[in-house]
Ligand binder design. Sequence first.
Ligand SMILES: NC(=O)c1ccc[n+]([C@@H]2O[C@H](COP(=O)([O-])OP(=O)(O)OC[C@H]3O[C@@H](n4cnc5c(N)ncnc54)[C@H](OP(=O)(O)O)[C@@H]3O)[C@@H](O)[C@H]2O)c1
Length: 285
Amino acid sequence: MIELYADRWALITGASSGIGAEFARRLAGRGMHLVLVARRETVLAELAEELHTRHGTKCELIVGDLSEPDQAGRVIDRVNELGVTIELLVNNAGYGIVGTVEQVDAERVMSMLRLNVGTLTELTYGILPGMVERGHGAIINVASVAAFQPVAYMPAYSATKAYVLHFSEALWAEVYDRGVTIMALCPGVTRTGFFDVAGVPNWLKKQSSHTPAQVVKRAMKALEKRRQFVVPGWSNYLRALATRLAPRRFVVRESMKYFRPKKKKNATKSTDADAPPTGDDAPSV
Ligand SMILES: NC(=O)c1ccc[n+]([C@@H]2O[C@H](COP(=O)([O-])OP(=O)(O)OC[C@H]3O[C@@H](n4cnc5c(N)ncnc54)[C@H](OP(=O)(O)O)[C@@H]3O)[C@@H](O)[C@H]2O)c1
C-alpha cells in the first residue's frame, strides 16, 4: 500500500468540512496531492492554501453540487482533463435527514439519495476500472454505523448507508486479488456539522462521540490492512455486531428512541407529529 501516498493523487468528495477535511489534512501530511470536491468554494480554497503552505500539497478544486444528476460525470471529465491518476478515492460527501414521514420533504430525500448513493456509485464505476487495470489503488466509501440497521425517523438515510456498505463489501471481494482495496468506513457519532444539516443540532451535546481525526486515523490503519469495512470505536463495533444477532423487530423498534420527536406538553396526539425531532436520546448515525 506504500504507493498509495507520496506524490500520488487522492480525490475527496465533501472535503470542505468534517471527516472529508480531516482526510485532506491527513493525506496531505503523507505527501499526497489532492482533488477536493464540495459546494463551498471559499472553504475549499482556504483548505488548499493551508495544505500547500504546510506540506507543499498540490490541490485542484472542483466546486459543484454532487446531488445533481450530471455532477459525477463532470468530476471524472475534469480529472481526465487535469491528467492526474487517482490513486485513492474518498467518497465522503453525504448528509442525513431526520424527521417523521409527514415532516420530511420527498424532493430533499431524492436529492440525498442522488448524493449518498448515485454519485458515490458513479464515481466508483468511473474510477475503479483504471485502478484494477493498473493493479493498485484504493477507495474509501463513507457509510455509517446506521448501515447495520434500519433507523426510524431517518429511514432513507440509514438505507443509503446500508447500500454503501453492501456495495463496497461486494466490490472489495471482486477486486481484492487484483491489487485494489475498497473499504466502507462506518463511523458512529462524530463531531461535525452533520447534525445541523440533518435538523437535530442538539443531538451531539449528550452523546459520546469521536473527533474526525480519530475516525480518519482508524480508517487509514484499516485501509492499510485492506479491511473491507471498519467501525471506529469498540462500543460502536459491538453495537453494530449486536444488531446482526438481535431479532430485526426488536432492533428497529429500539431505533425509535434515537430520533423520536419529543412530545409537547398539553399537545394532542395529532400535533405531536409536528414537533421537530430532538435527537436527545441515544447515538446512531
Ligand atoms: N458526523 C457523523 O456523526 C457521521 C457518522 C456516520 C457517517 N457520517 C458520514 O460522514 C460523511 C461526512 O459527513 P460529516 O460528518 O463530515 O458532515 P459535514 O461536516 O456536514 O460534511 C459533509 C461534507 O459533504 C459535503 N456535501 C454535502 N452535500 C453536498 C452536495 N450536495 N454536493 C457536494 N458536497 C456536498 C459538504 O460540503 P459543502 O457543504 O461545501 O458542499 C461537506 O464537505 C457523510 O457521508 C456522513 O453521512 C457522519
